[in-house]
Design a protein around this ligand. Structure first.
Ligand SMILES: Nc1nc2c(c(=O)[nH]1)N[C@H]1C(S)=C(S)[C@@H](COP(=O)(O)OP(=O)(O)OC[C@H]3O[C@@H](n4cnc5c(=O)[nH]c(N)nc54)[C@H](O)[C@@H]3O)O[C@H]1N2
Ligand SMILES: Nc1nc2c(c(=O)[nH]1)N[C@H]1C(S)=C(S)[C@@H](COP(=O)(O)OP(=O)(O)OC[C@H]3O[C@@H](n4cnc5c(=O)[nH]c(N)nc54)[C@H](O)[C@@H]3O)O[C@H]1N2
Ligand code: SF4
Ligand SMILES: [Mo]
Length: 688
């Protein structure tokens, strides 16, 4: 493929998006001229989003970093000069050796996330390298950590309803997700189900694109979802709408829960959530009486102080009605676990000589850079853009500005983070590499092989860490292995029966191979909670100091309908900043076609809140709190309840503009899993 000048070649979308689409790259004269969907992909079936239709613009972007560089200006200024790879690798290896000698390898911290979902890129040679080095460990908790923990306490195994099954649903509740933008093929399945009579209910703090399509949109105050779910449970038990047989056979703690939810009356819950009591009744009855009923949980729920509990509580609902036994019923939070690979073989934790090193939560990177003792003296950033995406970016930048911090950034672009680098390394795009991809939603494993040659002098993550290992004198075979060998090791994992039958050869022939889902039939008998049942009561949560039964706990920073800010409160509005339609987190924030579509960062503000501040639609406004400020345009709309403002999209802070939502967000950790709490933020707004 790589050597052919013209033709159409299969590829995989590498982005952190549940759909993990099959792509076709159209090449003319050696260059990709068009990206389309691969109609042969059983789930994504040839449809792709507008972002990735513009992927060639990103791959051949004039600002793409094509050579290693070293800093010649102040940190953050973005002034660099070209150096050779030999110089770059020698400098990094030299500094790492010196730091290891003088301060121990714990003074070095990798910082990465899933800018490229390729398993070899972010869970392969990189992990081997940092394990062998003995670097500090990173807790990668920026995305779904809180909710995953909440699900795990309840259900154990981290997989739910399969996409194909959702076609059968008659009721679909999308709860805290904007899937029209973030999971478009699930929407396609839902639209098919609707043609057969299914109803779509969307529960969200703002009427997002998905809410606009719903049969019923239910707005509520941020962070009050567990109260809403508990109110539904109250109605289900009180009206005898639960499936007693299911509760008896498959759950633990239903008697305790039945007693516990008595206090969550619709009236009480209505006051907390802002959802009318009769709507809570109606929703519960609709959920009990429509079958199959499917719940799709999004990230909006998890990025709160009580995010783990929100997912934990909603995950209990299908157990109350027995919807787990109904094909097309049940729930989805993530299907990642079905595709678990042999991570020990990939990441080689055995290469670490001392496993007692510290672990640093990526959500607290600013704080860690500023206060940890012994300090982090070197940061190696790849596949992530913390200066934009991490909470409390003011602190992150202050940390990155430290003169004594040796920072390496490996990326395709001079992102806001890269500007703080001492050494910049150019990264390949995923279309230039071999890698293995799985989805955290559908069940297909896919292979990417290089379609175009590497651009400029860029190198893949695997190659960079291979070179660094060699320069550091790490002689283990693990650092010589080829991509193909690593893929074989990843797939060789008898502990995960769903992987049965997937092989490198099969992938080379078929591109996409389905996991062996026959094992899913044993789902309810193979739960991995301590009791082997769905734990409505969780002793492990009690041990962890959490309420063992689903419970509504108000946000640490934020308001529900009972606890509203009083007159003169410094920050009376809740600020929610989810992703936008045209970017993928901060990726594409520099692709003109897509920034043009998004125009500029917008603050959706309710007419009442706008009027109280003399703000009109289109006004330039400042949003601020103790952590920072954000310059933005007002969009006066009643898509939220009064008291909540929403700004979608993670914009780059170009030209000194204060365009970062995360300047305002807290770096506290959620109730579970060390998760991020982006959406538990209070602010005020004024005209500029
Ligand atoms: N176009 C696009 N697609 C993406 C991404 C992107 O940036 N752009 N990012 C990708 C990534 S990494 C992820 S994790 C997923 C995330 O995708 P989703 O799971 O869809 O989650 P979000 O888009 O973060 O937030 C969804 C919704 O939660 C709402 N929300 C916030 N707080 C609350 C609350 O307390 N209760 C309720 N009920 N709703 C609340 C927000 O208003 C928002 O509409 O999307 C992936 N796909
Ligand atoms: N306010 C607010 N903040 C959020 C969120 C939110 O909803 N609101 N969402 C959060 C969530 S869910 C997530 S997952 C995080 C995501 O945050 P990140 O994981 O940081 O995602 P991106 O902003 O897409 O940055 C990925 C970077 O990786 C680079 N990259 C791509 N491919 C490669 C490669 O092969 N090699 C290397 N070395 N680099 C590569 C890209 O160019 C890009 O700069 O953001 C979080 N931040
Ligand atoms: S970003 Fe998502 S929807 Fe768009 S092509 Fe990639 S996987 Fe498909
Ligand atoms: Mo994410």
């Amino acid at each position: 493929m790589i050597h052919e000048e013209n033709g159409i070649f299969p590829a995989v979308c590498p982005l952190d998006c549940p759909d993990t689409c099959g792509l076709l790259l159209h090449k003319e004269n050696g260059k990709i001229v068009k990206v389309t969907g691969n109609p042969d992909h059983p789930i994504t079936q040839g449809a792709i989003c507008n972002k990735v239709r513009n992927m060639a613009e990103r791959v051949y972007h004039p600002e793409r970093v094509l050579y290693p560089m070293k800093r010649i200006g102040a940190k953050g200024e973005g002034k660099f000069e070209r150096i050779t790879w030999d110089e770059a690798i020698a400098e990094i290896a030299g500094r790492f050796q010196e730091l290891t000698r003088e301060h121990g390898p714990e003074s070095i911290l990798p910082y990465n996330f899933y800018g490229n979902m390729g398993i070899l890129s972010v869970e392969g040679m990189d992990r081997r390298f940092f394990n062998r080095l003995g670097a500090s460990k990173l807790q990668r908790a920026i995305c779904t950590a809180a909710g995953s923990a909440g699900w795990e306490y309840t259900m154990g195994f981290g997989g739910g309803t399969s996409p194909e099954e959702t076609l059968k649903a008659k009721l679909i509740i999308v709860w805290g997700g904007n899937i029209v933008s973030t999971n478009m093929h699930q929407v396609a399945l839902i639209e098919k189900a609707r043609k057969q009579g299914a109803k779509l209910v969307v529960i969200d703090v703002h009427r997002n694109r998905t809410g606009q399509r719903a049969d019923w949109f239910i707005p509520l105050y941020p962070g009050t979802d567990s109260a809403l779910a508990l109110g539904m449970m109250h109605v289900l038990f009180a009206r005898g709408l639960v499936n007693e047989e299911f509760l008896e056979r498959y759950t633990l703690g239903h008697e305790e829960l039945r007693e516990h939810v008595k206090t969550y009356t619709p009236l009480h819950v209505s006051a907390i959530t802002g959802v009318p009591a009769e709507d809570i009744e109606a929703l519960a009855i609709m959920y009990a009486e429509t079958s199959p009923a499917y719940i799709h949980m999004g990230n909006g729920l998890q990025h709160h102080d009580n995010g783990g509990m929100a997912i934990r509580t909603i995950s209990c609902l299908p157990a109350l009605t027995g919807q787990w036994l109904v094909p097309g019923g049940g729930a989805f939070k993530s299907n990642g676990a079905y595709a678990n690979m042999n991570s020990d073989a990939l990441e080689r934790p055995d290469l670490r000589s001392d496993d007692q090193v510290r672990t640093i939560n990526m959500n607290r990177i600013g704080e860690a850079l500023l206060t940890l003792d012994p300090p982090i003296r070197s940061l190696f950033v790849y596949c992530s853009n913390p200066a934009v995406v991490a909470p409390d970016t003011g602190k992150v930048e202050q940390g990155l500005r430290r003169e004594d911090l040796f920072t390496v950034v490996h990326d395709l672009f001079l992102t806001d983070t890269t500007k703080y680098a001492d050494i910049v390394l150019p990264a390949t795009s995923s279309f230039e590499n071999t890698d293995l991809y799985v989805s955290y939603w559908h069940h297909y494993v896919q292979l990417q092989e290089p379609v175009i040659p590497v651009q400029g002098e860029s190198k893949s993550n695997v190659e960079v860490f291979r070179l660094l290992a060699a320069a550091m004198g790490f002689g283990e075979e693990a650092f010589q292995e080829t991509e193909e060998e690593m893929i074989r090791q990843a797939l060789n994992y008898p502990d995960n029966p769903y992987l049965e039958g997937i092989s490198l050869e099969g992938l080379q022939e078929n591109r996409a191979m389905k996991l062996n889902m026959a094992h899913q039939q044993r789902y309810l008998d193979a739960l991995t909670t301590p009791s082997g049942k769905i734990e409505l009561y969780s002793a492990r949560m009690a041990d962890a100091g959490l309420p063992p039964l689903p419970t509504y706990i108000p946000l640490y920073e934020g308001y529900d309908g009972v606890n509203r800010p009083g007159e003169g409160s410094p920050y009376p509005l809740m600020f929610v900043s989810p992703p936008n339609h045209s970017f993928l987190n901060s990726t594409f924030g520099n692709v003109e076609k897509l920034t043009t579509l998004e125009k500029s960062p917008l603050l959706q503000i309710h007419p009442q809140d706008a009027a109280a501040r003399g703000i009109e639609d289109g006004d330039d406004v400042i949003v601020w709190n103790d952590r920072g400020s954000y310059q933005i345009k007002a969009n006066v709309t009643d898509k939220m309840l009064p008291g909540t403002v929403v700004s979608q999209g993670l914009w780059w802070g170009r030209d000194g503009q204060r365009r970062r939502a995360n300047a305002l967000t807290p770096d506290r950790l959620a109730d579970m899993g060390g998760g991020a709490v982006f959406f538990s933020t209070v602010v005020d707004v004024k005209r500029q």
